[in-house]
Write a protein that binds this ligand. Structure first.
Ligand code: NIG
Ligand code: FE
Length: 403
């Protein structure tokens, strides 16, 4: 859409601009935002707002940066509602259902997979997610991982190769051979469509030696590292991620003091002078704890240690079938000892840090014009009014999205 656009009559503007006043969320009142060419061109007092071609009246609603959902598995077929029902009746979550989704995904056509990604991407956008990372990991053959990522790349700049999600049934007796295949032909086929590499480092999935080998192969071809770590029990995943300079270690449900020390001691300023995030972020996924009846991670421990925390949905058909960042914010505030402001920051700027991006997760001159207008006067309402569709309008690249 051409021409300039002014968003005004804003109840509360969350900028995440920590350089200014307004606390950690950089909250400004009586402010307006000018959008030009898909970017934020100006933020300032409404009374000084430049003339614009068009105007959106926020009607006193809060305006926030679009959510940055830095962890989602959207390329799959089928669902596992029956597995969910069994869990609610007391069955544990083991990750064993991943192979069910692998079977359904391999059997699906490209168009069926594409339609699912499109549907979930649109669902997430309606709930304010303007950036969403998308992983492969339900193909687990060379061809199925490559096509999963090819389809993911049609919808996201942040695509992640998760060929090491589990060892598929046909390799059950030869995990070393599977790891060799992931590092060889599978990585070669997947890498052209991927920005990141991820491994499920967990008992029953990949041990620390296999995980290190796979992540190192990905790094060698230029992929950034992220790790599924410490989800089902304590383990070496978080420390491996820190050792390899991962952008993010995700889940972090079962952390020891040593894990937190490792994350905290590698903490450098979230934003370096050259604009590159170098810290390893702890990405928490409370939708997974909700849906697996697991204890929630203690975000307070991480925050008090100075660790950068992100929130994401983990949207997938097994452990967390939600695309809703507002739901995750509400859970984080109610169950994980985060303040509403910390949770909103983690779902926006925190997600951007986990993806090492500086163009999203904030509203300042030069940022991508990704924002949402709430049917509520403040960010507090996202946790205070759980389950309520509070997001009235979303702009992505400066373009108002259809409801
Ligand atoms: O992040 N833990 C590994 N992978 C997903 C779950 C995948 C599934 O159950 O299908 C997760 O929770
Ligand atoms: Fe996940």
């Amino acid at each position: 859409m051409r021409g300039s656009l002014l968003v005004d009559n804003i109840g509360e503007l969350v900028t995440n601009d920590i350089g200014g006043e307004g606390g950690p969320l950089g909250i400004r009142r009586h402010a307006a935002v000018l959008v030009e060419d898909g970017q934020v061109a100006w933020v300032g007092p409404a009374r000084d707002a430049p003339a614009a071609d068009r105007r959106i009246d926020a009607e006193g609603g809060a305006v926030l940066p679009g959510f940055v959902d830095s962890h989602a598995h959207l390329v799959f077929a089928g669902d596992r509602a029956a597995e969910f029902a069994a869990r609610m009746a007391g069955e544990p979550y083991t990750g064993g259902g991943i192979r069910t989704t692998v079977g359904a995904t391999r059997a699906a056509s490209d168009d069926e997979l594409r339609d699912t990604v499109r549907r979930l991407r649109a669902e997430a956008m309606r709930q304010g997610s303007t950036t969403i990372e998308i992983k492969s990991g339900y193909g687990l053959t060379v061809a199925d991982e490559a096509r999963s990522l090819r389809i993911a790349a049609e919808f996201s700049e942040d695509t992640t190769f998760l060929g090491a999600h589990v060892v598929p049934a046909e390799y059950a007796d030869r995990p070393d051979d599977y790891v060799g295949m992931v590092c060889g032909p599978m990585l070669a086929a997947a890498a052209p469509y991927a920005r990141w590499i991820d491994v499920f480092c967990e008992r029953g999935a990949f041990d620390v030696d296999h995980a290190r080998a796979i992540l190192a192969c990905g790094q060698a071809v230029g992929l950034g590292v992220r790790v599924h770590a410490n989800q089902l029990g304590p383990g070496p995943g978080v420390r491996l991620g820190v050792e390899l300079g991962a952008a993010s270690v995700d889940h972090c449900t079962h952390l020891t003091d040593a894990d937190i020390d490792a994350l905290a001691s590698h903490r450098v300023d979230c934003m370096c002078p050259d604009g590159v995030h170098t810290t390893t972020v702890a990405t928490l996924l409370p939708g997974a704890e909700f849906s697996t009846r697991s204890p929630y991670p203690d975000a307070r421990r991480l925050l008090d240690a100075g660790v950068t925390v992100a929130l994401a949905t983990d949207c997938n058909p097994g452990s967390s079938y939600t695309s809703s960042m507002p739901f995750c914010i509400a859970l984080a505030v109610r169950e994980m000892r985060m303040t509403p402001a910390e949770a909103v920051w983690a779902a926006t700027a925190g997600g951007a840090a986990a993806l090492r991006r500086t163009d999203v997760g904030r509203l300042a001159r030069g940022a991508r014009a990704d924002l949402m207008i709430l049917d509520a006067p403040s960010h507090l309402h996202l946790a205070y009014r759980p389950g309520v569709p509070l997001i009235r309008q979303v702009l992505h690249n400066g373009v108002p999205q259809c409801r």
